[in-house]
Design a protein around this ligand. Sequence first.
Ligand code: PAF
Length: 282
Amino acid sequence: MSSLSIVRTRADLRSLVSNWRRDGKKIALVPTMGALHAGHLALIEQAKAAADVVIASIFVNPTQFAPHEDLARYPRQEAADIEQLQAIGCDGLYAPHVSELYPEGFQTRIIPGAVAARLEGAFRPHFFGGVATVVAKLFLQVEPDMAIFGEKDWQQLQVIATMVRDLDLQVEIVPAPTHREADGLALSSRNAYLSEAERAIAPTLKQALDRVADAIQQAPETLDEVLEQAKAQLLASGFQSIDYLEACHSQTLEPWQAGDPARILVAAWLGKTRLIDNRGLD
Ligand code: PAF
């Protein structure tokens, strides 16, 4: 088991990272909000394969939660997260107090553009501004060579890639494929909220995505009809409501048109839990 350096302040982070830099190490950052599961561990494995040292961050970022959302009940299990990071051979953990990211008087935010406007942006208008702001701050504090983000949060990945390009941030954004349970459910920290009955229903989300992907590949003229059928299937299976199920241009997230690279994205409520997922074409 390799030793994990845990830092909680910018000063300690700076000395850890500057030691690595002095030794000529290539640094990968894996930003997380903790409650680590196999999906996060796959991001860390991918980071280890691509860089000399890997630092994960755990920070439940308050600015990406609206007042009515689940900030207070978001799963926090730092001791278990640390054990997993140690076991997998992660080199560093940055687990800052909120004041290290948002000190007294903090007032500057990043406002993402059109890529953040639709889908998640329409249902959670505060969300991408909070994500972009904290991720930009993590990049500036850690100064990694690369950062790994899961495709599970596809729109987030596009928002971050766009921010990095627009602001000339010197970090390579590396996407990592979505990790799924055997029945297709994408791994997510929020799966912990699901009851046993809800957990049995949850894989319908991936089936809906597959159905839409098949339509685009085999009979794109049926897309609108198939989207309606897939929504009806989700509701019939036990989902309470659907925020969106859409086929989009994979980078701009504008509605899909024939010839566009496609991504299908969904967000739907199962009881009190909001699940999101997405997929591309085969
Ligand atoms: O995907 C997440 O876990 C978060 O949105 C992130 C990127 C760590 C920013 O808080």
